[in-house]
Design a protein around this ligand. Structure first.
Ligand code: SF4
Length: 229
């Protein structure tokens, strides 16, 4: 019942929500290095780095890591210890290990090592979960794929279905279903839509404070209110 109600609300506000969100993103988004590329490998590296590390720290390390390892093949050819070394300062080294395993897995399928463009194939690779698969598919390949991380889940829940409890597995599945129901029609618009959802969660509808007074999706939000912690 909660799922049906959430999906019905998503269908009712989808067009307006998407237009408001994407228009805001076009004039307010941050210029971040990984938004200047559509190279799947570079996008994957940024997504892995951003999983557990703050944007400012990733921005400092991203360029130097890519200078040392400009391609997936370069990672595949390197010893794991060299990849760990280049990852230093970012923490959570399991991500670097997974990147190395992934690079060797993809390189074993042919040269040059090329990431697949489809979310299901991406999900089958080491260290790639549903969020990262959606991010690489939509940001690098403009596929019409949803992505849900903590920020996106919070925004989707507040805008569409505040009754959902994202600590429950079934409600988390509903959030994914709602995120898919909100997608625009084209892959090209999906790129902007997904970037914008993440940007809204990072800058406006944050875990600590809701800046409802200056929120672009205020007109369609189910939990709009004055700014408060
Ligand atoms: S109106 Fe408020 S609660 Fe709704 S998405 Fe915007 S900041 Fe979040």
């Amino acid at each position: 019942m909660r799922r049906e109600a959430a999906l019905a609300r998503a269908a009712a506000v989808r067009l307006r929500f998407g237009r408001l969100l994407r228009a805001w993103y076009r004039s307010h988004h941050r210029d971040l290095p990984w938004r200047r590329t559509r190279d799947p490998y570079r996008i994957l590296v940024s997504e892995l780095m951003l999983q557990q590390t703050q944007v400012a720290r990733v921005a400092l390390k991203y360029g130097t890591f890519l200078e040392r390892f400009p391609t997936l093949d370069a990672v595949a050819r390197a010893r794991p210890a060299r990849v760990m070394e280049a990852w230093s300062g970012l923490g959570y080294y399991a991500r670097a290990k997974n990147l190395h395993r992934l690079a060797r897995t993809v390189a074993a399928t042919g040269r040059p090592a090329i990431l697949p463009d489809d979310a299901a194939a991406l999900r089958s690779l080491p260290g790639i979960g549903p969020y990262t698969a959606g991010a690489v598919a939509s940001f690098a390949f403009e596929q019409r794929e949803a992505l849900v991380d903590t920020n996106v889940a919070r925004v989707v829940r507040r805008v569409i279905a505040p009754e959902l409890d994202t600590t429950r597995g079934s409600d988390r599945q509903t959030v994914w279903a709602v995120a898919r129901a909100l997608l625009p029609r084209t892959g090209r618009a999906t790129y902007v839509h997904n970037q914008a959802l993440m940007e809204l969660g990072a800058l406006i509808c944050t875990a600590r404070v809701r800046h409802c007074a200056r929120c672009p999706v205020r007109p369609v939000c189910a939990t709009v209110e004055g700014d408060r912690p």
